[in-house]
Design a protein around this ligand. Structure first.
Ligand SMILES: Cc1cc2nc3c(=O)[nH]c(=O)nc-3n(C[C@H](O)[C@H](O)[C@H](O)COP(=O)(O)O)c2cc1C
Length: 340
């Protein structure tokens, strides 16, 4: 048993990855291999989340659930319509038209909270912001350890003051959406070790470090720098148990993409992805409007994924994507745990 507050053999976390990559099979296999696994509740219906929790629990109760915290909608209709016009040609490739009206949603926050209160899990982690302290208290009272994902010392301080038990400190190299609470913020380059140090100076809570981890040496460095555990996402995207789409898998493994970049073009929130044609063509037009831009581009991305179109798909990837391998997740975790 590792020394952390998380009940797993190794101080390694299989990070939540919404949008398909995290599956019950991935979480179960990561847990069996000694990591602490998360389910990703983002974009899922409460029923689907319920079913995943039920299925994973047949093997273990040592897992977490990650929730997207809804923000205040702040969509400028004019700039949204302008962005929809700007990407119209991308839709034409599939005989589609973009919807110029912004769609909002709160990712069924209330229902998911109710589900986790009635049927608590070991850990609940929160991403994109903080709910009211009263809701954090409800999850804690239900018996869950509550973690907030933070990207700056200010977020770390605020999360501690709101009563969470621990922090996930996400560095700028992380794949997928930045967890930043301010989607307008520019995600500056930097190391996860630096983010960790800054969070440790701002908060006394236990810290899980995430972002850009490529190998066991990174895990050991972050542990030596004060992390209680280290989370990995991108390194698991090509594992056999991951639900990563074929188009995404092929792009990651192809060697054709030589860079990742933080972009808002796909969802209206900063996210790190392989730099493909869609990113390049629209980088100068991107707007901050999540989840409206996510809904705007959703069908286009679905079609692109199905058609094997790497040029228009959101190819989420952290800076360590070259080290992701096609293999059982147990092998990926064993490699990261070498020397622990
Ligand atoms: C495809 C993908 C989906 C992700 N989805 C989520 C999510 O639903 N919730 C979340 O908190 N973080 C999400 N992340 C971020 C991871 O939880 C984690 O912070 C990140 O993967 C760590 O950096 P790495 O990718 O360099 O290992 C996602 C990352 C990827 C690559």
């Amino acid at each position: 048993m590792s020394n952390t507050f998380l009940p797993s053999e190794y101080p390694i976390v299989a990070a939540p990855m919404a949008g398909g990559a995290t599956t019950v099979e991935l979480a179960a296999a990561a847990g069996a291999a000694g990591a602490f696994p998360f389910l990703a509740a983002g974009y899922k219906t409460p029923d689907a989340l319920h079913d995943e929790i039920f299925a994973l629990r047949t093997g273990t109760s040592d897992f977490g659930v990650n929730l997207f915290v809804p923000g205040r909608p702040r969509v400028n209709r004019e700039s949204f319509a302008g962005y929809a016009r700007a990407i119209t040609d991308e839709f034409r490739a599939y005989g589609l038209n973009p919807n110029p009206d912004p769609v909002d949603d709160d990712d069924a926050w209330g229902e998911k909270l109710a589900l986790l209160r009635e049927d608590p899990v070991a850990v609940v982690s929160l991403t994109f912001g903080l709910p009211p302290a009263s809701e954090i208290a409800l999850l804690k009272r239900a018996g869950s350890i509550v973690m907030a994902t933070v990207t700056s010392p200010a977020e770390a301080r605020e999360a501690e003051a709101a009563g969470v038990d621990a922090l996930v400190v996400q560095g700028p190299g992380a794949g997928g959406h930045s967890a930043t609470w301010d989607p307008d913020r520019r995600i500056a380059d930097g190391s996860t070790a630096d983010s960790l140090g800054a969070a440790a100076a701002a908060s006394r809570l236990p810290l899980v470090a995430a972002g850009g981890v490529e190998a066991a040496a990174d895990v050991q460095d972050l542990l030596a720098n004060g992390a209680e555990a280290v989370a990995v996402g991108t390194l698991l995207l090509l594992t056999d148990e991951a639900g990563t789409s074929e188009t995404h898998r092929r792009a990651l493994a192809s060697g054709e993409f030589d860079e990742t970049v933080v972009t808002r073009v796909f969802t209206g929130r900063p996210a790190r992805a392989l730099r493909n044609g869609f990113v390049e063509r629209h980088a100068h037009e991107e707007i901050t409007a999540y989840p409206a831009v996510h809904h705007l581009t959703r069908e286009l991305r679905k079609r692109a994924g199905a058609a094997g179109d790497q040029d228009r798909l959101h190819l989420w990837a952290g800076t360590g994507y070259r080290k992701a391998r096609t293999e059982p997740v147990a092998q990926a975790i064993a490699r990261l745990a070498e020397g622990l």
